[in-house]
Design a protein around this ligand. Structure first.
Ligand code: ZN
Length: 141
């Protein structure tokens, strides 16, 4: 178990240092949502483009703690290429996981599972959630 925790921490730090899909782009068809978490200074904007029911692109911009930035990076990687309904189900399941609610084990959270430990730190739940909540806003019909 200790090794798994170390691995998770490594994945989170790696995304924090080398964020994927960071930086917003100009372009038609993007939906944007900005959310702040005043309790620790996290400030994230998520930008998503859907095409024929599929997440064609997902990007983020922002600053904040390592959990916040890494979870935004993992979010974008997880969502690109997913069907919108699938992406929505994953995001809801992820938000349940970090909030320590029961999750649907049939929905694969992929790399986002590394944030499972957040539920043990109630003060960090918001940090791990804001980009995923913003993402859900960007795919709302
Ligand atoms: Zn934070």
């Amino acid at each position: 178990m200790a090794n798994l925790e170390n691995l998770y921490r490594e994945v989170i730090m790696e995304h924090y240092k080398n964020p994927r899909n960071k930086g917003l782009v100009e372009g038609l068809g993007y939906h944007i949502k900005h959310i702040k978490n005043p309790s620790c200074g996290d400030d994230v904007t998520i930008q998503t483009k859907c095409n024929e029911g599929v997440i064609e692109d997902c990007r983020f911009e922002g600053s904040g703690c390592s959990i916040c930035c890494a979870s935004a990076s993992v979010l974008t990687e997880t969502m690109i290429g997913k069907k919108v309904e699938e992406a929505e189900a994953i995001a809801h399941n992820y938000l349940k996981m970090v909030s320590n609610e029961s999750i649907d084990p049939s929905i694969d959270l992929e790399e986002a599972e590394v944030f499972a430990g957040v539920r043990l730190f109630p003060a960090r739940i918001k940090c791990a959630s804001i980009s995923w909540k913003a993402f859900l806003e960007t795919i709302k019909k």
